[in-house]
Ligand binder design. Structure first.
Ligand SMILES: Nc1ncnc2c1ncn2[C@@H]1O[C@H](COP(=O)(O)OP(=O)(O)O)[C@@H](O)[C@H]1O
Ligand SMILES: [Mg+2]
Length: 577
């Protein structure tokens, strides 16, 4: 899994990979000759007292060292650059993918988990790739090379390797097996931690207002402690691995010096060879340790790879056609026999609903909470797909057009207005480059949204700062800025999802009266719980349990639709026209 994911990127960067490997081969070969040269300096120079040999071999040794250092360094730099590039690619791919997900898919994986996958998981893969690059050639080459060179120094002593190397391999294997499940747990706990944190930060006002700090703090601390526990377990295993292997290595050294000392005394081995043998022994251990590290790290990377693959392999369930139609002329939307059911819900929210939204007309939508008003609004720009029937655009299903084409025809003020950070001008215009912002149009849109009144009183006017989510504005102000954002865009269908409810009656009246100048001949849908907002609409759709309860004008519905009459009566204080 890890390999497949990483290969998707690396196959486009084969020259870098080859460069890393070739440089490392050179570095390892140079490193393998160093102890041998050292041995020869001692045996042929120091022991005999020949200074010329010492100088000559010493110079060669310096040369080999330089080559080794330079090639190893270059290999690491290229490896770092390549794996950082991989990280960037993984983040971008995941981001692009998640952008296309439907609302249902987004909530299935969950934004906090998507954030972890895009940060922490990518980092894990980056690290594993980097380590693998530096080890995958070096470790086996150095291991085999050092065994060979050690045998050249002394066959007798090399039997020691038969005991020590398997011992270290065993320790590494045990640790690896125990660590793998812990890594998976760790990633899901990071997810949970992010989920808790995100929920608490965005709900911070509610938490304070309801004096829920203690419960929430407890919740956070539990998530935090769970993460610590699993990290500690992993840490313990690592903490055990290093001293254990170190111990074996030092014991092996003692044994080598012990037996080697005897051999030197008997004259069957040079002092230089003994030192070289110790050096090769260290190289062998290094390579076994490095290999062990890979075996520990790769499972960790595959946990992350699997989580990232899950994002990349999730195909957006919003079907798009291969040969999209082009919208010709102004767009007109209609619902044809539409049924919408949310996954997991027993009953559909909307059933067999047909209605058309003609240009130049206003459609009012009323109904109690949870009657599917927002659902109706969301299926038009394909934030969610219908289960049966069609949403039609100029007579064709909206699935026959590209998503962008459909969405660019609709200007929506969602029920929960979300404002992006920036200035008022950039928020309303939806552009962050000043050159693309039509400042006059921004003011014009603000006026239409009845927002100019408070914006003009701000010190910096339309250049005033908007914090992420519009936190520095009141609910009603946010709502009006969101309306201005919708008016700024030219569209064929304007939708206001319960967006007028946060306004006082007079402001709302002014806004509605002026609307016609702003939307021109486009169609308008006004969703509201208040009948007063929609009495003048050309058609009113009444939604109730299981979908449409009535469709007609105010007068017609008063006659024919009981639910509508009830709603009007319950709000009769407001219906004084
Ligand atoms: N994304 C969703 N996933 C599952 N159920 C949903 C989702 N959105 C809305 N619902 C359900 O659909 C019903 C109608 O919701 P909604 O269209 O928001 O109603 P309204 O806007 O009229 O208050 C509710 O019962 C709600 O729980
Ligand atoms: Mg709603």
């Amino acid at each position: 899994m890890l390999f497949r994911l990483v290969w998707r990127y690396l196959r486009k960067h084969i020259p870098s990979v080859l460069a890393i490997f070739i440089l490392q081969i050179i570095a390892v070969v140079a490193a393998l000759f160093l102890p041998d040269l050292n041995a020869r300096i001692i045996n042929e120079g120091v022991v005999v007292g020949d200074t010329a040999v010492i100088w000559r071999l010493g110079a060669v040794m310096v040369g080999f060292s330089l080559v080794q250092a330079l090639t190893a360094g270059a290999a690491i730099i290229i490896a770092a650059v390549t794996s950082m590039g991989l990280g960037r690619w993984l983040r971008r791919e995941q981001f692009d993918h998640a952008q296309r997900f439907s609302t249902a898919q987004l909530s299935r994986i969950g934004p906090p988990s998507l954030i972890t996958r895009n940060t922490n998981d990518v980092q894990q893969i980056q690290m594993v790739t980097m380590m693998t690059f530096t080890i995958v050639v070096t470790a086996p080459l150095m291991g085999v090379g050092a065994v060979f060179m050690a045998l050249r120094q002394s066959v007798q002593m090399s039997t020691l390797l038969l005991i020590v190397v398997p011992l270290i391999a065993l320790i590494v294997a045990i640790i690896m097996v125990r660590m793998h499940p812990l890594f998976r747990t760790q990633q899901t706990r990071i997810d949970r931690m992010n989920t808790t944190l995100r929920e608490q930060l965005s709900g911070v006002r509610v938490i304070r207002a309801f004096v829920r700090q203690d419960t929430e703090r407890q919740k956070y601390q539990n998530a935090n402690a769970d993460l610590r526990d699993v990290a500690l377990k992993i840490g313990h295993l690592f903490a055990f691995m290093f001293p254990a292997t170190q111990f074996i290595i030092w014991m092996a050294q003692v044994a080598v010096i012990w037996f080697g000392g005897h051999l030197v005394q008997q004259g069957s081995m040079g002092v230089g060879s003994l030192i070289a043998f110790i050096n090769y022994l260290m190289q062998i251990f290094m390579s076994v340790m490095m290999a062990g590290f890979i075996f520990v790290m790769v499972p960790r990377g595959s946990v992350s790879a699997k989580r990232i693959m899950e994002v990349l392999n999730t195909k957006s369930d919003l079907e798009v056609t291969d040969n999209p139609l082009e919208v010709s002329g102004p767009a007109e939307f209609a619902l044809q026999d539409v049924t919408v059911a949310y996954p997991g819900a027993r009953e559909p929210v909307l059933e067999n609903l047909s209605i058309s939204f003609q240009r130049g007309t206003v459609t009012g939508v009323v109904g109690p909470t949870a009657s599917g008003k927002s659902t109706l609004v969301n299926i038009l720009p394909r934030l969610f797909d219908v289960s049966e029937g069609e949403v039609a655009l100029n007579g064709h299903s909206i699935k026959d057009y590209t998503l962008d084409d459909v969405r660019s025809r609709i200007s929506l003020v969602p029920q929960q207005a979300y404002l992006f950070s920036g200035t008022i001008a950039s928020t309303v215009a939806g552009h962050f480059k000043d050159a693309e912002v039509d400042r006059d149009r921004v003011v014009w849109a603000l006026k239409g949204a009845q927002a100019w009144e408070f914006v003009s009183r701000l010190e910096d006017g339309i250049d005033s700062e908007v914090e992420a989510g519009g936190q520095n504005f009141s609910g009603g102000q946010k709502q009006r800025l969101a309306i201005a954002r919708a008016l700024y865009r030219e569209a064929d269908l304007y939708i206001f999802d319960d967006s007028l409810s946060a306004l006082d009656a007079q402001t709302e009246q002014r806004l509605r009266d002026g609307l016609i100048d702003y939307v021109g001949s486009a169609a308008v849908i006004i969703v509201s719980q208040k009948t007063s907002s929609i009495v003048q609409a050309d058609q009113i759709l009444v939604l109730g349990d299981g979908g449409m309860q009535g469709l007609g004008t105010h007068e017609e519905l008063l006659d024919s639709c009981q639910l509508y009459r009830e709603i009007v009566e319950s709000q009769s204080g407001e219906v004084l026209q």
